[in-house]
Design a protein around this ligand. Structure first.
Ligand code: NAD
Length: 274
């Protein structure tokens, strides 16, 4: 959609800065929910093999009739499939489920450093990109030490690092290092997964009230204005539409700073170092 800004990845491809994520979207309801998202105007969908709903995403894409080149589809290599041959097979399976010839972005979902297979996996992703089965490749949940190894041992730069990032957990060290290398940051759990009262924080409600918007919209604006790529998830069409309706206002620098000050190392997901 023309109202959604795009960012240029280091692969040269463009990514809509706002998308729709389908973590924990019930596989049986995924086609309906993704169809709703596409109807609202979302063109960027973030799924993963482990979510078990790639086929529902694929059916919604096929039913939409939207030209492939207007969509941006991301999926992810699951931990059990890390390695060379297993990564190739996993890509085949994901493409088949999605009903696509290529994805726009393929990510290593977690580094799982104890297994020490993420470099082999990365080299397989480089090959998948050169074969055109994915336009861009990237990583997820990689800390600086994992990124550094990919930079040292790979020959293609990750296009993105998709990390947990919301006002209470901003991972400045990872985000700053990634950006210094030209790697875009994708923020997962952008709304904190509803696990703490982000929407009750005064900085958030003040910003929302000042613009006649909801707390969720204020937080999504904070992400967009701080340069993050986001794909908030909701099962409810009204909330999906609310989360997409964020391009008619702008937070002031002070409002952005007040929300940024909510940092308190409050992780809601798993620790990638484990
Ligand atoms: P999120 O922060 O987007 O939170 C989703 C929850 O927020 C919803 O279930 C709902 O309870 C609430 N919500 C959404 N819109 C709302 C609104 N307008 N008002 C009030 N409440 C609202 O969390 P998420 O789904 O974990 O993250 C977004 C996406 O990031 C996922 O769907 C997935 O695509 C991706 N993700 C990736 C990883 C990874 O390891 N790479 C991990 C988790 C999520």
């Amino acid at each position: 959609m023309s109202s959604v800004p795009t960012l240029t990845l280091n692969s040269g491809h463009r990514i809509p800065q706002l998308g729709f994520g389908v973590f924990k979207v019930d596989p049986g309801r995924t086609e309906r929910i993704v169809s709703d998202a596409l109807e609202i105007g979302y063109r960027h969908i973030d799924t993963a093999a482990i979510y078990g709903n790639e086929d529902g995403v694929g059916r919604a894409i096929a039913a939409s009739g939207i030209p492939r080149d207007e969509l941006f589809i991301t999926t992810k290599l699951w931990n059990d499939d890390q390695g060379t041959d297993s990564a190739f097979r996993a890509m085949d399976t994901s493409l088949e489920k999605l009903g696509l010839d290529y994805v726009d972005l393929y990510l290593i979902h977690w580094p799982t450093p104890a297994r020490d297979l993420y470099i082999d996996s990365w080299l397989a992703l480089e090959e998948l990109q050169s074969e055109g089965r994915t336009r861009s490749i990237g990583v997820s949940n990689f800390l600086v030490t994992h990124l550094q190894r990919v930079l040292d041992e790979g020959s293609i730069m990750p296009a993105v690092d998709q990390i947990e990032l919301h006002p209470a957990f901003q991972q400045h060290n990872v985000a700053e290092f990634a950006r210094s290398q030209g790697i875009q940051i994708e923020a997962w759990a952008p709304l904190g997964q509803g696990k703490y009262d982000l929407f009750g924080e005064q900085a958030v409600t003040d910003a929302a009230d000042a613009h006649g918007k909801t707390p969720a919209q204020a937080v999504i604006r904070w992400h967009l204005q701080t340069g993050n790529i986001v794909f908030p998830k909701s099962d409810h069409k009204a909330r999906m539409a609310e989360n997409f309706d964020v391009f008619d206002f702008e937070l002031s620098d002070d409002e952005v700073a007040a929300i940024s000050a909510l940092e308190r190392s409050a992780r809601v997901g798993s620790d990638p170092a484990a």
